[in-house]
Write a protein that binds this ligand. Sequence first.
Ligand SMILES: C[S@@+](CC[C@H](N)C(=O)[O-])C[C@H]1O[C@@H](n2cnc3c(N)ncnc32)[C@H](O)[C@@H]1O
Length: 309
Amino acid sequence: MSTLVRRGLGLGAYGASRRIGLVRAEVRVGALGGRRRWRADANGRWAPPSDGAIVSVIWVVGEARVVPHEGPVLEPSTFVGLSPRLARIAACVLPGRPVVDLGTDHALVPVALLLAEVVPRVVAIDRSATVIAATRTRVRDLPLAERLELVVGDRLDAGGPVDAATAVLAGFGGDAIIRALDRGPLDGISRLVLQPQLDLARVRRYLPRRGLTLVDEHLCEDRGRFYVVMVAEPASPAPIGAHSLDLADVLYGPHLRRRGGEVFRRYLAAERQRTKSAKAAAVAAHVDATQLRELDARLAVIARLWVEL
Ligand SMILES: C[S@@+](CC[C@H](N)C(=O)[O-])C[C@H]1O[C@@H](n2cnc3c(N)ncnc32)[C@H](O)[C@@H]1O
C-alpha cells in the first residue's frame, strides 16, 4: 500500500519532496474504518499510519498538498533581544523580502528584523496614533534610515499599496485578525504570520475560506503562557478545505499535533485544566446544554491527543 500511496502522489508531492528537499507534504488517506494520515518529512521519508492496517485505504489518495519553503529557514535565536514569542514570530518571516506588520505597537519585531538585516524594509502599522507617535520617538536614534515606515491605520494597505512578501498580525484577538484579513488586500503577499491571542480555532477554520493554507504552526512558552504562531500561505493549488481539518486539528492545530513534543504536552495539560475549570463554572452557572457539550467535546479531544503523544 505504501507503494500505491507513493505512486498516487508520484508526480506531485513525493516527486517534489525528493527533488528539492525543503518541501513539506501532507497526505490524508481515507480508510474504510476512519482516516489515516501518512506523513512525509523534509527528506521525503514517509511514516506509515500508526497501526499499520493499510489494506483498506486504496480508494482515496486525495487532498495532497505540497508547500515549498522559500529561502533559508530562520531560527528564533537570531533575535536575541526579543521575547520567545516575538523571536518566534520574527523567525517566521520570509528573509530578504519586505514585511508589513499590522498591530505593531512598539514595533519590536520590525526593529529586530531590520537591525539583524533579515529583511530590507518594514511598514509597521497600528490603529493607535498615540502608539505610533511613541514608537516613532523610541526608534528615532536607531540606524534604521528609511527602512522602517510607521503608519497609523487598521488595514494592511494603510501605508499605500502593499509591497510586502510577509504580513505579520500578532498579539491581538483572532476575530480582529480575521476582520483585518477580510479587509485585505492580500494580493502579492506570499506569507502571513499570525499569532492570535484568542479564538485560534476560528482562525484555523477561516483560513481556507480566505484561500489560505495553514502551512506551519509553532508553539512557544513565554513566561508561563503558551502562544501559537501560525504560518499561512496563499493556497497552492487549492486551499485544503476546512472540512479536511478534524475537530482536534481545529482546536489544537494540525502541525502542532504532528510535531508533538514536551511543550505541546504541557500546553495540552494546561488546556485540560483550563477546560475543566470552564466546565465547572458552566455547571455552576447552569448554562445551556450546548455549551457543556462543547466543553465535553474539547475534553474528549484533549484526552485523545494525550494518548497519541
Ligand atoms: C498587544 S499589541 C501587540 C503588538 C505586537 N504585534 C506583538 O505581537 O507584541 C496589539 C496592538 O495591536 C493594535 N491593533 C489591534 N487591532 C488592530 C487593528 N485592527 N489594526 C491595527 N492595529 C490594531 C493595538 O493598537 C495594539 O497596539
